[in-house]
Design a protein. Structure first.
Length: 592
């Protein structure tokens, strides 16, 4: 009951601050596949998708909010499990509650409790494995805790494969009771079998969902080989976190320094003290916790080839900072027990009020975290991504083929078109996926009127063949795709959030273009930089809006109308003061 109470308190806070809408990143994709029955990017996330689909049926608020509640519930349950583990280690409910709530109201943990993602469910399953192993460690002759741990681990593999990084820590607990396992090899292998089944069964969902050919159907799975490819993440490179060279680089020290910036300071202090107490009182748990943290933290971050100097790579990596902190969270209660033990040594006795006073101080710290962090992480009124997608579609002319790139564009558009059925006349084509055979096959099935020729679509001029194969269609690019040259056969110009494709000889009336952009800018819901999460893809959305006046300013600069160019560059900087293109533009026309 105490564990439920602690989790319920966290859940109330998470629900109050949870996003009612989509949030840029993987969240719009997970919402879309859950509500339409599609398939997410590798490794497919079948368990999360099925749970999300069930939550989507609950008549509670907007559709994205319902699916976002998966993360709120998963992290609230994680808080309860942290309490249960800590209580078994300390036999103190107050200390366990305080440690669990310090985790709950830390900025990073709370932030990722508010939008649907694979990581909160991963945290819950990882902690469930740990809890059941701790129970089994107390009673190693009992079979069910080890089977429960095996099942939770298998489900974890079906959700997010980073749970396998915890195997060394889990192994420490099992090996500490290795004498009790002697002569029970069948028992051990039965547990392994349970784990394999729990990992494999959810993947039966993917080929079933793939046959629906929904708007998000990554991999277009049609065979066992396709399913294996999906599970092994071969499209990304198995064992590779980020496949794109532009986001790779940096050093392990850089990544560890960025990780340190996102550590919950109160939790870190308590966990450090908890390590000292575990060394003295529960050496097996000390080594298990150290192994779990070392592999998911320093080892993984040293291996992960992500350049944290790049905003995209940094946003991708920050979600991986959750697991190493979550697996250490039960040690926070041991840290409080260590403080009580130190005070007892000083006082020569343990007054009845002392453990309660120490726990009360920790609960006070959690309350301060709650008060300070609430406004920072609150996403209950955040509609930036949804507004952005609607503004893009409102800009597109009738029957446009929209060549899109960037997760914060492609995935948000997929949601509003696939779930809300906005602008079905607009055909979105994800440029990064166009080189894949399976994606071309899916496009042909969903849009039989679209001709997709054999071409090297990953080349700067690759889209030229695509447009030449579809004469008479209206094409437009998103702002990220300015590197497309079309071999001089086509060109682009700035029209709001889009870059319509035109012939190289087309003549533009700059005054007409200006009037068109003025009208579009007046209709857009441009977010302020101060209102968005700058550590997320929302910052790129602000950049996107700022590129609208910059592009017009650049066109006036090319026409040597420097007064108009300066005015539009200034409008761009008013939206995003750090936009490099606008800063460079102002520098170029200075004195002209």
């Amino acid at each position: 009951m105490a564990a439920l109470a602690v989790g319920a308190l966290a859940l109330v806070v998470f629900v109050l601050t949870a996003s009612r809408d989509i949030f840029p990143g993987d969240s719009p994709e997970f919402v879309t596949v859950a509500l339409t029955g599609g398939v997410a990017h590798p490794p497919g996330y079948p368990l999360l998708t099925m749970i999300g689909a069930l939550f989507g049926l609950v008549p509670l608020g907007p559709l994205p909010f319902r699916v976002n509640l998966v993360s709120a519930v998963a992290h609230a349950a994680t808080v309860s499990v942290v309490f249960l583990i800590a209580e078994r280690l300390t036999r103190s409910m107050l200390a366990s509650a305080a440690g669990a709530l310090v985790l709950a109201f830390g900025a990073l943990f709370w932030k990722w409790s508010l939008v649907v993602e694979a990581f909160p469910l991963n945290d819950l399953l990882a902690l469930l494995v740990l809890y059941f192993l701790v129970v089994w460690h107390e009673r190693p002759t009992t079979r069910w805790p080890l089977f429960a741990a095996a099942a939770a681990f298998g489900l974890g593999v079906a959700n997010h494969q980073t749970i396998t990084l915890l195997i060394p820590g889990y192994a420490v607990i099992v090996l500490d009771r290795r004498h009790e396992l002697r002569g029970r090899a069948a028992f051990f292998w039965q547990a392994v079998g349970v784990s394999l089944l729990a990992a494999v069964i959810p993947y039966a969902y993917i080929p079933i969902a793939a046959g629906r050919h929904e708007i998000m159907n990554w991999g277009g799975v049609q065979s066992l080989g396709d399913l294996v490819r999906q599970f092994l993440r071969l499209d990304y490179g198995t064992g590779q976190l980020i496949p794109y060279a532009a986001y790779q680089g940096g050093t392990g020290i850089d990544r560890l320094a960025d990780f340190a910036k996102h550590v919950n300071p109160a939790l870190a202090v308590l966990v450090t003290l908890g390590f000292l107490h575990a060394w003295r009182r529960a050496r097996w748990y000390f080594w298990a916790s150290l192994a779990m943290f070392a592999v998911t933290g320093p080892v993984f971050l040293t291996y992960a080839n992500a350049n944290v100097q790049d905003a995209t790579a940094r946003f991708v990596l920050q979600r991986f900072y959750l697991l190493p902190q979550v697996v250490l969270a039960p040690l926070a209660a041991l840290g409080l027990a260590f403080v009580v033990d130190l005070a007892r040594r000083r006082l020569g006795s343990t007054p009845r009020w002392l453990p309660r006073a120490v726990a009360a101080i920790a609960l006070g710290v959690a309350a301060v975290e709650l008060a300070v962090t609430y406004r920072i992480v609150d996403r209950s009124n955040d509609h930036v991504a949804h507004d952005f997608a609607m503004d893009i579609l409102a800009t597109a002319r009738e029957n446009t083929v929209l060549l899109a790139g960037g997760d914060h564009v492609v995935l948000t558009l997929a949601y509003v078109q696939g779930v809300e059925h906005v602008r079905p006349d607009v055909t979105m084509v994800a440029i990064p996926l166009l080189p894949f055979d399976w994606y071309q096959r899916e496009l042909k099935l969903r849009h039989p009127d679209l001709n997709i020729p054999l071409a090297r679509f990953d080349q700067p001029d690759g889209l030229k063949a695509f447009m030449q194969a579809n004469p008479g269609r209206t094409f437009a690019l998103t702002g990220e795709q300015q590197g497309q040259t079309f071999a001089g056969v086509y060109g682009t110009y700035g029209r709001g959030l889009l870059l319509p494709v035109i012939g190289p000889d087309a003549e533009l009336d700059l005054n007409a273009v200006k009037a068109d952009n003025e009208k579009l800018m007046a209709s857009y819901r441009v977010p302020s930089l101060d209102s968005v999460d700058r550590e997320s893809f929302e910052r790129f959305i602000v950049d996107w809006y700022a590129l609208v006046p910059w592009r017009l300013g650049f066109q006036f600069e090319q026409a040597k109308n420097y007064g108009e160019a300066r005015a539009w560059f200034e409008r761009s900087l008013a939206i995003q003061p750090e936009l490099p293109e606008a800063i460079d533009g102002m520098r170029r026309i200075q004195g002209k």
